[in-house]
Design a protein around this ligand. Structure first.
Ligand SMILES: [Ca+2]
Ligand SMILES: [Ca+2]
Length: 314
């Protein structure tokens, strides 16, 4: 400031046209004088850091998982980071966070977080999602977040952090040091919109075909030596019927098991009837050919006859 004031005064004194009164006036105001205004004061750019390994421009993942090997519908996935902005600007990164996945049938979908908690000081920020039923079969969960503060110059980092697969860890397209479990996402909780039915293979059941669902119709019984087909679909309208346009999710199931149920009293003849509950036939594919008595795993003399068929799936 002193240097600038002297410079101004020197310039003033070299101007012979300037009157004494003006010069006195300048000298009288010298101590209230100011420099020209600088450009706006800037700060440091906010940076997000993965707490697990202190990598910058990175975030960690954690979650609550139904299984130990893959993500399931109903699991939670949590993005965690520290917000580093030494100016004191507060974390605003979560206003930018977007979670996405590509559904099994190729649709781009977003997941709205169930909670977003900004970072405060050294305490990490988190964004939490619950994997929806619609993500069944999706290969990966993606997320994008900007390094952003509520205030300051600049408020944002130059580019967003894009995680293409939350399970990749420090590998390309991943996050920080702690990844989520991998996909493809299997069926867990929160999948009440998915239902299953049993059809005769020869009926060629598809969505909207109107083929008899043996698990829901009375008066139609499966018969020995006939082959039946299990199908699971997203029952969008909740009516228990595989209607046109309702997605076949059978390929995305992680398990299915044909079982025998109920009492075979109607088939047991003069022998003692047997009652079975979810008795596994050992068949775990989507087709079941009802065996003749000798090949049945029911343990009853009359084989599968008299029992009801059901498929337990997940
Ligand atoms: Ca800042
Ligand atoms: Ca339906």
């Amino acid at each position: 400031m002193k240097t600038q004031r002297r410079t101004q005064r020197a310039m003033t004194l070299t101007n012979v046209a300037v009157g004494v009164g003006v010069a006195l006036s300048l000298m009288g105001s010298a101590w209230a004088d100011s420099t020209p205004t600088t450009a706006a004061v800037g700060g440091v750019v906010p940076v997000l850091i993965a707490p697990s390994n202190n990598n910058t421009h990175a975030v960690d993942f954690d979650g609550t998982y139904a299984r130990a090997d893959v993500m399931s519908t109903g699991d939670t996935v949590v993005l965690t980071y520290r917000h580093d902005d030494s100016d004191g600007d507060k974390d605003d990164s979560l206003t930018s966070v977007v979670w996405r996945y590509t559904s099994a049938n190729g649709q781009e979908e977003t997941i709205t977080p169930t909670s977003n908690v900004p970072a405060v000081g050294g305490a990490p920020g988190t964004s939490t999602i619950t994997i929806p039923s619609q993500a069944l079969g999706a290969a990966a969960i993606r997320v994008e977040i900007w390094e952003q503060s509520e205030t300051g110059i600049p408020r944002r980092g130059q580019q967003s952090i894009i995680v293409l697969d939350t399970s990749k860890g420090t590998n390309s397209g991943g996050g920080g040091g702690t990844p989520s479990l991998p996909g493809p996402i299997v069926m867990g909780s929160g999948a009440g919109d998915i239902t299953g039915g049993i059809y005769r293979l020869a009926d060629n059941p598809v969505a909207g075909s109107g083929a008899i669902d043996y698990s829901r119709t009375t008066g139609h019984q499966p018969v020995v030596s006939e082959t039946y087909l299990f199908r699971a679909w997203r029952d969008t309208n909740g009516n228990g019927v595989w209607d046109a346009g309702e997605e076949d999710v059978t390929p995305h199931l992680s398990s299915m098991s044909w079982t025998l149920n109920g009492s075979n009293v109607t088939a047991a003849g003069s022998g003692a009837p047997t009652t079975l509950t979810n008795h596994a036939t050992g068949v775990t594919t989507d087709q079941y050919t009802v065996p003749v008595n000798d090949a049945s795993g029911s343990g009853a003399v009359s084989g599968d006859q008299g029992f009801g068929l059901a498929v337990v799936f997940n």
